[in-house]
Design a protein around this ligand. Structure first.
Ligand code: PLP
Length: 483
């Protein structure tokens, strides 16, 4: 309660419980109404970036604006991930319950990094990371895990641990020498190689392992690439595999890669940011067989677990390797007696939100079955969509999808006729034009990707309420684009 004797009316108003309740009810009512009508809205109200800035640069800092109108405007100018016609990047369609958890956390603002600062946040994070590790069959007696703000930071955090463990010297104190290297699939997400660059490994220290016709790391090329690192006098700190890759959703053969790493005493890092969630599905968990043998795994719940951004788990097979990385004295915060306990000893982050709360609450309310259904629904739909594409004569599928990501392109036969034959460049730019035209119309949202010189349209089927009929309509929209 704020004392009425305070002479700061703005402060009294801001912390007033009744006003908070009124404001919260207003916002929740607007969001619920939006959820009930989202199917009818354009997926995206297209505007130029400059227009978007102008739209929000009016006088907002004087206070007393109408909350309801502002939230409605925010909704109207957003990309609508709850629309069944959203199939763009790998950002999930959040379950509304998770947003309520975010509200509760933001209200209390008790971070999870230092136990005493947020005992509940700390406890919830530990419960969640153990639950996730167990889902991957990782031995939680030995394992350690920490949440980070996103998969990019997660990959960096894991590779820092790999470096400290496998460099053969104390990198943290001695600095990086130029003999360190990583081996990585040529289909890796850019955050993996970016992490290597951030760690001081230049381009010459990043060894790419080629992928096969299905965009999976070629296991039989591992030996040759490794031999090259040895010929170059490099010490490999990690082999990075994808589960699954971003562009096509292809899963690497983790068991075979783990065999190779074990035989050569190499750290295996699995970027499971998108795909580790298949662990929750009886039907799809075979895709990550062998993940329990990885030294580190990154798993984003804000991709395939319907939890709003961000929440990434970095899971280590051996707990001690997770805090050896960041060995620092800071007596005002870091307590040497609680190295194992406080998670700021395992991450770049100091103050860190309670990311786990939104997953914890969602599990507590909806149960694990929601999450396995989410995986099954989105993955089954991708298979159905691929089949539908294969049945068309004017569309091509890049590869049979293993995950909920489908890459395809429009290539009608008449464009191949002798007098009107489009070359590769023209066919590529056709895909770009198609996408631009459709996303600007607000009728569907999807992305594109380039695979070995060919441009493909790409859908990540993130919304479990998208139906095959929506995707049938997408094919029609594509056919009707004027080019
Ligand atoms: C395989 C993979 N790894 C890492 C990332 C980066 O995750 P974030 O966007 O949470 O930083 C992505 C993002 O799409 C991804 O697909």
């Amino acid at each position: 309660m704020v004392s009425e004797t305070l002479s700061y009316p703005k402060i009294i108003d801001a912390y007033d419980a009744t006003k908070f309740k009124q404001r919260a009810e207003q916002v929740v009512a607007v969001l619920a109404d939006y959820l009930s009508k989202v199917d009818e809205l354009p997926v995206l109200k297209w505007q130029d970036p400059q227009q978007a800035i102008e739209s929000w640069r009016q006088d907002f800092s004087e206070g007393n604006q109408d909350l309801e109108s502002l939230v409605k405007k925010f909704i109207e100018e957003s990309n609508h991930l709850h629309s069944p016609r959203y199939a763009g990047h790998q950002v999930t369609t959040p379950i509304p319950t998770a947003a309520l958890a975010e509200l509760a956390y933001s209200f209390l603002n008790s971070p999870s990094t230092i136990y005493e600062m947020g005992p509940a946040s700390y406890g919830i994070e530990q419960a969640i990371v153990c639950w996730l590790a167990e889902k991957l069959y990782i031995d939680t007696d030995k394992a350690g895990a920490v949440l980070t703000s996103g998969g990019s930071l997660g990959n960096l955090t894991a590779l820092l641990a790999a470096r400290q463990t496998k460099a053969g010297y104390d990198v943290w104190n001695e600095g990086v020498k130029d003999d360190l290297a990583i081996m990585v699939s040529d289909q890796n997400h850019y955050s993996v190689t970016r992490a290597a660059h951030v760690m001081g490994l230049g381009s010459k220290s990043i060894y790419f392992v080629p992928s096969d016709e299905n965009f999976k790391l070629k296991v039989d090329e591992l030996e040759q690439v490794y031999q090259q690192t040895q010929a170059d006098d490099k010490r490999v700190i990690a082999v990075c595999a994808s589960a699954c890759s971003t562009a096509t959703g292809a899963y690497d053969d983790l068991n075979s890669i783990a065999d190779f790493c074990e035989a050569n005493d190499l750290w295996l890092h699995v970027d499971g940011a998108h795909g580790a969630s298949v662990a929750l599905s009886e039907r799809y968990k075979h895709l990550i067989a062998g993940i329990n043998r990885a030294d580190s795994v990154v798993w984003d719940a804000h991709k395939m677990m319907a939890i709003p951004s961000l929440i990434t788990a970095v899971i280590y097979k051996n707990r001690s390797e997770s805090y050896a990385t960041f060995s620092q004295d800071a007596s005002y915060l870091l307590d040497q007696n609680s190295i194992e306990r406080d998670t700021c000893n395992r991450t770049v982050e100091c103050t860190k939100p309670n990311m786990a709360m939104k997953l914890y609450l969602s599990l507590a309310i909806h149960g694990e079955e929601f999450f396995s259904d989410y995986i099954d629904a989105t993955h089954d739909l991708a298979k159905d969509f691929a089949k539908l594409i294969q049945e068309q004569t004017d569309f091509e599928l890049a590869i049979e999808p293993e995950s909920n990501i489908v890459c395809f392109r429009y290539s009608p036969k008449e464009l191949y006729s002798v007098q009107n034959k489009l070359n590769t460049v023209q066919l590529n730019s056709l895909q770009v034009k198609i996408r631009e035209s459709i996303i600007k119309s607000g009728e569907f949202y999807f992305v594109k990707t380039d695979l070995r010189g060919k441009t493909y349209l790409r859908v990540s089927l993130m919304n479990p309420l998208t139906k095959i009929e929506d995707l049938q309509k997408l094919l029609e929209l594509i056919r009707n684009v004027e080019y």
